[in-house]
Design a protein around this ligand. Structure first.
Ligand SMILES: [Zn+2]
Length: 83
């Protein structure tokens, strides 16, 4: 049985890969999944505020930024999160 559901983000109707997926509140259609954007955040050692480095990145860009050894040091590193 196809797991037809609607996307909570854009309300488009789509087919989920499973009934579990169709019932998740954080589900999304392929279009929304592929258009997610991420912000790169610099995390610092305890007590220091985090700093947003860049917003509106796609996943590939965020991953390659954070995978670069130049984006981490003693007591800090860059990570990313979905916007
Ligand atoms: Zn959607």
């Amino acid at each position: 049985m196809p797991n037809i559901t609607n996307c909570p983000r854009c309300s488009n109707v789509y087919e989920a890969s499973s009934s579990e997926e169709a019932n998740r509140s954080d589900r999304m259609c392929n279009e929304c999944w592929n258009s997610r954007t991420f912000r790169i955040v610099r995390f610092r050692q305890e007590g220091l505020p985090r700093e947003v480095i860049k917003e509106g990145c796609d996943l590939e860009e965020a991953r390659s930024h954070c995978g670069d050894p130049a984006t981490q040091g003693i007591g800090w590193f860059d990570g990313y999160e979905e916007e």
